[in-house]
Design a protein around this ligand. Structure first.
Ligand code: CA
Length: 534
């Protein structure tokens, strides 16, 4: 990692401390802006192929002002579990929230509770996805479950309220209001602004519908991947743009409350249906005015095969990026509010998302796998006077580290049972000696929507080893340096025995160190047959 330029700040602070011992440096505020399913390759500052004119100017500005983590990964690539890991600083098998069907035990130790004890005031707005009343927050307003994109309900300590508008704007408004008038200004704060966007089914604000209309979003190189070299699970999933993305349900063709057809995936995620029904007549009119002529053109095209996949990809990627733009604007508004209040210099601003996502990569949408696109998560931190502007960290970090980091930033004690590491030394630009040289991953939600079986694995700076254990003993291994798209499974290849033995040993070591040993659930025989293509 690049070293930070020598700063005069410590010397100046020393002088100040000498002159006025009582004026201790105030502890920084923390503004955590967190979105849902925002892949790093849909952020300008992260590069990648997905670059139609500047998708994220505000997030890019945050990266220019602070530090971007190039090797940032989740431990379990799905919404609720990722958030539970962040709350607790513990892997899924330790915090008990292994898949979205679980309920989070709010009585357990979480970092917001510890921050409150340390004198911080805390607030949470937007998507919690952990079920139950949040604990550890002085104020909170959260979406029920996935929440709706338009005119969402929010659960508050005083009951349920419905607020008109697009969800990203509604959540931002709540956070801005709390910053200005809601919080206890005698205390430093931890504010978590957690957006629903750009989660499925990717419904942008009306003002963003025209964005990218004339653009052609570049297709990922792996859009027509057939997973020929993978273990069987990759060929038996249900998250293909081709076969599983529904033109009504996911892409809104003809989908209005008057539509009487039966979207094939309605049962899998009813939120799409509820989202359309929640829109006001005026909102629907604007929606129809945009999509109507485009749906007509789609029908006239009478597309099939690869042409249809390409059309679906374009509509999906554009809606996804339009939702991303809303989140990007939210970050801009929140930072402008900090400046307006004169507290931007004493506030750490963080942008992250719960996991990565497939935006046509490997022919897919959704997440769950340990492959790169959904394993990676964005992490950008700007801490005025601490992070060097425009710096990039290469250490392997995870959402597991957030709780320890927040507590460390606040100067609070970090409990010994947390499984992550504070990023403070990295943020300060030091060498962070003895940093981890591999990360551990474990996904559990199967059988379930999209049919990605349970698997765990290890990723080092160069290699990845994955174990699918539910229906037998299937492995995949990749050399990410030679094969960044993970198209050539080198598990079992001649000449790789020593590498494989080393990776298996290190994987076993990680499992032992994190206390993950009881996972080999038996599957029913019919599932095993299905996964083997029988
Ligand atoms: Ca998510």
């Amino acid at each position: 990692m690049r070293r930070r330029r020598p700063s005069l700040l410590p010397a100046l602070l020393g002088l100040l401390a000498t002159a006025a011992p009582s004026a201790a440096k105030p502890r920084p505020n923390i503004l955590f802006v967190f979105s849902d399913d925002h892949a790093p390759h849909a952020i300008g500052a992260y590069g990648g192929w997905l670059k139609p004119a500047d998708p994220t100017p505000q997030i890019d500005r945050l990266a220019a002002d602070g530090m971007l983590f190039e090797n940032s990964f989740c431990t379990n690539s799905i919404c609720g579990p990722s958030r539970a890991v962040i709350m607790t600083g513990k892997h899924s098998h330790k915090n008990g929230f292994m898949n979205n069907g679980n309920s989070f035990d709010w009585d357990q130790q979480t970092f917001p509770k510890l921050l409150q004890k340390a004198g911080y005031t805390t607030a949470l707005y937007g998507k919690s996805h952990l079920k139950g009343a949040p604990q550890g927050f002085d104020d909170w307003k959260v979406l029920p479950g996935q929440g709706l994109y338009y005119n969402p309900d929010l659960i508050t300590p005083a009951g349920k309220v419905r607020i008109e508008g697009h969800c990203t704007d509604v959540v931002t408004d709540l956070a801005v209001e709390w910053l200005k008038t809601g919080r206890d200004k005698t205390k430093p704060f931890m504010l978590m602004v957690q957006h629903k966007a750009p989660h499925r089914n990717w419904m942008p604000a009306l003002r963003h519908l025209p964005l990218y209309d004339d653009a052609e979003i570049p297709e990922p190189a792996t859009l027509f991947d057939r997973w020929e070299d993978n273990a069987p699970p990759a060929r038996h999933q249900e998250l293909e743009i081709d076969r599983h993305m529904d033109i009504h349900y996911d892409l809104f063709v003809d989908l209005t409350p008057g539509f009487t057809g039966a979207p094939s995936q309605k049962r899998q995620d009813r939120s799409a249906w509820r989202n359309m029904k929640r829109m006001s007549e005026a909102q629907l009119d604007a929606w129809r005015a945009h999509y109507g002529p485009r749906d007509e053109a789609f029908r006239r095209g009478d597309m099939t095969g690869r042409q249809l996949v390409r059309w679906k990809f374009q509509r999906y990627a554009k809606n996804y990026l339009r939702c991303v733009r809303g989140v990007d604007e939210s970050l801009g508004r929140l930072r402008a509010t900090l400046e307006e209040l004169g507290i931007d210099g004493e506030t750490v601003v963080i942008y992250s998302s719960d996991q990565g996502f497939y935006i046509g990569d490997h022919g897919w949408y959704d997440k769950r796998w340990m492959y790169e696109e959904s394993l990676k998560m964005p992490l950008i931190v700007s801490w005025p006077g601490v992070t060097e502007p425009g710096s990039r960290a290469t250490q392997m970090v995870q959402n597991l580290d957030y709780a320890s980091t927040f507590l460390d930033i606040a100067g609070a004690e970090v409990p010994g049972d947390l499984q992550g590491r504070s990023l403070l030394p990295v943020l300060k630009g030091g060498e962070a000696g003895g940093w981890r040289d591999a990360i551990y991953y474990h996904y559990y939600e199967y059988p379930s929507v999209h049919m990605v079986p349970r698997h765990y694995g290890i990723r080092t700076d160069r290699y990845k080893l994955m174990h699918f254990y539910q229906f037998g003993d299937e492995w995949e291994m990749y050399d990410l340096q030679e094969d960044p798209d993970e198209l050539r499974n080198i598990y079992g290849e001649p000449g790789r025995a020593a590498l494989l033995a080393e990776l298996k040993k290190r994987l076993a070591g990680l499992r032992e160190s994190y206390g993950d040993d009881g996972d080999v659930a038996e599957m029913p025989d019919d599932w095993k047959r299905k996964m083997r293509g029988g």
